[in-house]
Design a protein around this ligand. Structure first.
Ligand SMILES: Cc1cc2nc3c(=O)[nH]c(=O)nc-3n(C[C@H](O)[C@H](O)[C@H](O)COP(=O)(O)O)c2cc1C
Ligand code: SF4
Length: 475
């Protein structure tokens, strides 16, 4: 199945026609405005400061830290680009493990006393680059994303999962070779982990970050616990129990790091895992019913925002104002999480036009935003829009569907997009992310992540040849 490329929609009419064909609600502005008074240029108050515009850099790791979790030059280069982007909200930078066994790969950043100077330096690099380019950091807000990778932990060997799970899963256990209950984290294990999150938050504050994101997305531990409907004990079953992990971390942070703000990045809906079917087109792994999705409607392919709404209400009650919405997981349903025309090597051909996936995230986020006008909500999944990203983003912000347009992959290929849009510059075609998925395929094969097709720095690297050879072999 092939879908028309976004780059072929040369006029607003052509783009609109495609949206009509797909019967999508997605709306966009024909003209993008520039300057501080444009919808995307407007600042928004947050605590004792302003956040200077409506672009947010989403967290993106590169599988390229030292084995002890300290940043390398590649990490520093990526963060510098985040600073140069012009976006005024940096959501987490990238996933940083709160302890070694929770690392998603042996080269994930790790926060501890020993690594603190390096973690602090990353914030300073963003600030310095931003100040040099834009004159001030008074309206810049930088947080750090804290994580434990749970089911997808690979702390010691990039090829070997060392999972720690919330509950036994009907599909993922088989897919990732979990055949006993040994891997289930006990309530005591979780209590200990909560302390580690709190300690990591204390260190983040010391390193000068204004907020920490207590990550609850993408199938990692925090997110998995939200769907632990059958998990016994105090962290499973009822909504209250499934959110206890979050509540205990928040109360620990409030006690031990007063003044540190908290944000939560959450997968607001989830689908059943997908797998390659005929012609490698993705098909759902469970078709009758699927009951392991937070924000799912029980079919495995539908959304029910009742619990995510309760979750945001809880965040509000906990005094949390910063929320970043995303969905699903890059490991088991990448097409909903990061819509792409070309799948990553461990994925499947898109079972729907990726525009459908973009629209799904935007509409679900808008429904939540409507109910929680006081929260500051960052949306995700915009990169597939390519040339039309600013038009869709501007419409979304101007019409109150979301507060910030989050940028993921687009920032790897084209870091200056926010600055260019706000200055009214034309977007250079050769920098626009075309969702080739190399930045996901590379780490799936043990290679550092980066934009190999478009970023001249990565194009030159020997790893590019390695990646090309792997892709060729896989056909
Ligand atoms: C290479 C890569 C690394 C990522 N790393 C993280 C991460 O560390 N934490 C996180 O919450 N999301 C991570 N994501 C997901 C992105 O933040 C984002 O949700 C996703 O790419 C969809 O947004 P986009 O369409 O703008 O790319 C990563 C995505 C990519 C492509
Ligand atoms: S490798 Fe580059 S072009 Fe491909 S999805 Fe990643 S950022 Fe986009």
């Amino acid at each position: 199945m092939s879908y028309p490329r976004v780059s072929t929609f040369k006029t607003p009419e052509a783009f609109q026609e495609r949206l009509n064909d797909l019967r999508l609600e997605l709306q966009f502005d024909r003209e993008v405005q520039s300057g501080a008074n444009s919808p995307l240029g407007q600042s928004v108050p947050f605590q004792d400061q302003f956040i200077g515009n409506r672009f947010c850099i989403l967290p993106m790791e590169g599988w390229d830290a030292e084995s002890d979790g300290k940043p390398t030059d590649l990490v520093r280069r990526r963060w510098r680009n985040f600073g140069l982007s012009g976006a005024k909200l940096i959501w987490g930078g990238e996933a940083v493990a709160v302890r070694h066994d929770g690392r998603a790969n042996p080269n994930q950043l790790l926060i501890n006393e020993e690594n603190l100077t390096g973690i602090q330096e990353l914030r300073e690099i963003v600030e310095t680059a931003h100040r040099e380019q834009f004159g001030t950091t008074d309206d810049l807000l930088i947080g750090l994303q804290l994580t434990h990778s749970g089911r997808f932990a690979r702390p010691n060997d990039g090829k070997r999962l060392e999972p720690q799970i919330g509950y036994r899963h009907p599909v993922l256990d088989e897919k990732f070779a979990i055949d006993s209950d040994d891997k289930i984290m006990s309530d005591e294990d979780l209590s200990k982990l909560i302390e580690d999150f709190v300690s990591a938050a204390v260190l983040s504050q010391k390193a000068g970050y204004k907020f920490v994101d207590v990550k609850h997305c993408h199938g990692y531990l925090g997110h998995e616990l939200l769907s632990g409907f059958d998990r016994p004990g105090k962290y499973g079953g009822s909504f209250e129990n499934r959110t206890r992990f979050l509540r205990e971390i928040v109360s620990g942070i409030r006690a031990e790091a007063p003044g540190l703000e908290i944000g939560v990045r959450v997968s607001i809906f989830d689908f059943t895992p997908f797998e390659p079917g005929a012609d490698r087109i993705g098909v759902p792994s469970m078709v009758e019913s699927y009951n392991s999705a937070f924000g799912g409607d029980g079919t495995g392919q539908g959304i029910d925002l009742e619990e995510p709404t309760r979750f945001l209400k809880l965040l509000q009650e906990l005094g949390i104002k910063l929320v970043c919405t995303t969905c699903g997981s890059p490991y088991y349903n990448p097409h909903i999480q990061r819509p792409a025309i070309f799948p990553p090597s461990d994925g499947y051909q898109p079972p729907e036009d990726p525009l459908v996936g973009v629209d799904r995230q935007i509409q679900a986020t808008a429904q939540l935003k409507q109910q929680f006008p006081e929260l500051l909500i960052v949306g995700s999944g915009y990169s597939y829009l390519q040339e039309w990203l600013p038009n869709v983003g501007q419409y979304a912000v101007a019409n109150g569907l979301v507060d910030f347009v989050g940028l993921g992959r687009m920032v790897l290929s084209y870091p200056e997009l926010p600055a260019d849009v706000l200055a009214g510059n034309t977007m250079p075609r050769k920098k626009i992310c075309r969702t080739f998925s190399d930045c996901t395929t590379a780490p799936r094969n043990g290679i550092i992540s980066g934009c190999y097709p478009l970023d001249p720095f990565y194009k030159e690297m020997p790893e590019r040849q390695e990646l090309l050879a792997i892709k060729k072999e896989m056909g």
